[in-house]
Design a protein around this ligand. Sequence first.
Ligand SMILES: Cc1cc2nc3c(=O)[nH]c(=O)nc-3n(C[C@H](O)[C@H](O)[C@H](O)COP(=O)(O)OP(=O)(O)OC[C@H]3O[C@@H](n4cnc5c(N)ncnc54)[C@H](O)[C@@H]3O)c2cc1C
Length: 328
Amino acid sequence: MSDCAGILVIAEMAESGAARIGLELLGLAKGLAQEAGQTIAAVLLGSGLEAAAAELAKCGAATVYAVDSPELAEYNPDSYLVAILNLCEELHPAAILAGHTPMGQDLMPRLAFALGAGLVTDCTSLSWDAAQGLVASKPIYGGNAMASLASETRPQMVTVRPKAGNPLEPVEPGGSVEAVEAVLPAPAITLLGRVLEENIGVKLEESCVVVSGGRGIGGPDGFDQLRELAGLLGGAVGASRPPCDSEWIACTSQVGITGKLVAPDIYIAVAISGSSQHLSGMSDSRNIVAINKDPDAYIFKVAHYGVVGDWRRILPSFTGKLASLLAE
Ligand SMILES: Cc1cc2nc3c(=O)[nH]c(=O)nc-3n(C[C@H](O)[C@H](O)[C@H](O)COP(=O)(O)OP(=O)(O)OC[C@H]3O[C@@H](n4cnc5c(N)ncnc54)[C@H](O)[C@@H]3O)c2cc1C
């Protein structure tokens, strides 16, 4: 593709409107656009998009292309791919940003293949270089090193981790919303049903506070104490892999390279050693508190605050003190 220009953000719908990831990507795109002198557009696919498209237009998109059809109400790779491909052929974007979400992970490789372009996945930060264009950074070797990559092909395509960017404050009147008619193919894949993850309390990936337990918790009962603390803080409970493998807690609670990626304001790691696989799922947390009986545990190297000792003694007094402070 020659004469490529502009940054295209692939936004997503959530149950209650525009998904946060699209707003975060617009925040990142704004920073890039300032460096690169590029315009920002967003594309949103789904059914009943009016309010969500307007929100994106107020939060950084100069133009929101809304592909609104009952056939797009659920993500379907065939129809979503065709609709976005048509738009790319019209816009010739220089860069395409999508979330490293289930949809982004499925759609972007298909789109990159169709466009004959490279794709950098699971990025945690983006910058713009005058010579190389979009430069994406991502953790490698289980989070032990960072790699900076710039695709040589155009458009330059990336998927970005949730919480890598911040949504912009909405402005009035914002950008424009353009309805796009798409001629969609008969999908080769039929959605038979959706199984909603049982979600008691706050969603792990979206929670501002995460209290996670590791192998040292010793069994399922210990997690009740973590739930009590998380409940007081309005947070969610996570885990390292061993408690999930041992079925002390649901496998959907696993944090790490093969689990969920979290970046809360506070991450409390209880009896977790700090393996690179675990750290790559939580090391972007703003404040990390570690409780571990081993003073040499690696988790203390990344923790901002640490307590050395048996969590069974430390946690009840910590939770009790917090409860009394909150009661005051
Ligand atoms: C391909 C692959 C993918 C993986 N993906 C993930 C992943 O996504 N997430 C993940 O977490 N792991 C993952 N792992 C596993 C990872 O390598 C580690 O084995 C795991 O993170 C260790 O979990 P842990 O820290 O809970 O256990 P351990 O390493 O056994 O550490 C337990 C800690 O608890 C402390 N402790 C024990 N008792 C107490 C006590 N009473 N009070 C205070 N502290 C105590 C100990 O001092 C120790 O530091 C993966 C591994 C592989 C090979």
